[in-house]
Design a protein around this ligand. Sequence first.
Ligand SMILES: [Zn+2]
Length: 575
Amino acid sequence: MALDLLIRNGSVVDGTGGPRFAADVGVRDGRIVEIGRIGGTARRTIDADGQIVAPGFIDGHTHMDAQVAWDALGSCSCWHGVTSVVMGNCGFALAPCKPDAREWYARCLEAVEDIPTEAMLAGIDWTWETFPEYLATVERLPKGINYGAYLGHSALRMYVMGERALSEAATEDDIRAMEAAVREALKAGAMGFSTSRASTHTTPDGSPVASRIAEWQEIDRLVGAMGALGAGIFQVGPDVSGGAAQRAFLDRLRQVALESGRPVMFGLISTRQGDKPNPWQYQTEFLDRSCAMGAVMWGQATTKSINAVFSLKSYLPFDVLPAWREVRSLPLEEQRRRLADPAVRARLIADEGTMKPRDNVFQGGAGATTDPRKPDYGNLFAMKGVGWDDDPTVETLSRERRKHPVEVMLDLSVENPDQLYVQPLVNESPDAVQGILSHPRTLATFSDSGAHVCQEMGSSLQTHMLSYWVRKRRAFTLEQAVKMLTADNADAWGMADRGRLKEGMAADIVVFDEDRVAPCMPTVEADLPGGARRLVQKAEGIAATVVNGVPTFENGRATGERPGKVIKGPLAKGA
Ligand SMILES: [Zn+2]
């Protein structure tokens, strides 16, 4: 029988961590059927001579819940070799949701994740109320990549408790209704249940999101409901507001893991922010100790710093100031004219002097852009490229040019309105990131794709891994790095038929040039439904991406095919 797809002459890095080998890969009916020297023909052939052939990358921490409704490609992750994602992280989701609460959910998502409400209201056909109905909707939508989803605690709590979710402890009846919804979601195919205890996660009026109001005992019961079914992952956005708060959080989290028996995942980061932050080693040692006690736990890591990204076309750190607000509301060309005017500049620089001083409150991308402190110009980089170590700080430029840092930024942005500035929020030091990634209980994931659309850009974590950690720093071999992006994540999320190139596995494949693969510079584009802006980052050096046996990208160009599926947890029928 003829093959549907034949990828010839490539160097196969199969995701197991084993050494590469020369082979062809044959695909039929969405599955890999043969790996070796393959004669004969196929309906479609990709010549991978000189290229690496690897399993498609898996990203377990995204917020594509809204975007999946309008973006069939699955950007920006799809541009970085990603073929499967998990969404619904940190308790944020669009289901379950009653019809009259849709706009409120959208506003909450905007407040936390910077997904514009206008895009959600314009771009989503809300056909669901319950989680199973949402998943059925995702199943019907045309998709360029595969999606798994968690049941999100904040959504669930608002669905069951209404307004009380934002201020009250759950009653026994509330908890029983939520437990039933957890069981229902798992049976429909949820990958698990997610929540957030992160101080950065607030509603539009600045109060904690619904999941943060929950007592731990409520979390025990809901994760316990998964424990009783013997399925489901518990994902939590951690409390990193301070050292003591994080330690208390982790201790309580361990109790959940031990009592429920379910795998637990939390964001593992290094940070200088917050009140006496713990070193990252505290978290990896916590993982070691917890696992030694019998817990199943993973730290979700990323491969780079998580940055607030600023530009003239999106946010600048000064936008909230009165003199700035006046200029920043003008059309771009008018802004550039005004920003070049010395009198205007003098007022803008004076305004900067009135900014809130820096403090020990942990800020995420949302706070850094919408409630900024006076910038630390030694931790604000003028982006020149994607090499991480190559960008000058605004402080350095200010010293070199003998100009006020604000004036330096104005000069750069007037000259080039695409100039980006990055303020590392966490993972400031490459050495810390290398230490985190090297730990056996961390996962290279956590792009946050679909969220913070104009505030951060994490979607390039996979191509950054290959270009920076493998090629530039030689910290990991290509085989190790591919394993971290594929099989390790597939195993952690229980995606038994993905993450490895092996006969019988789903044919999710990425073909790339190991000498060229790299993220491109991000740009600001107004391409969301309703015309809202977002940061877009593509990649180079990826020759082809194949999802369930069908090429979705060839040489960076979308083929227009939509072979993506819903990845269901083990309790779903036909999963
Ligand atoms: Zn998240």
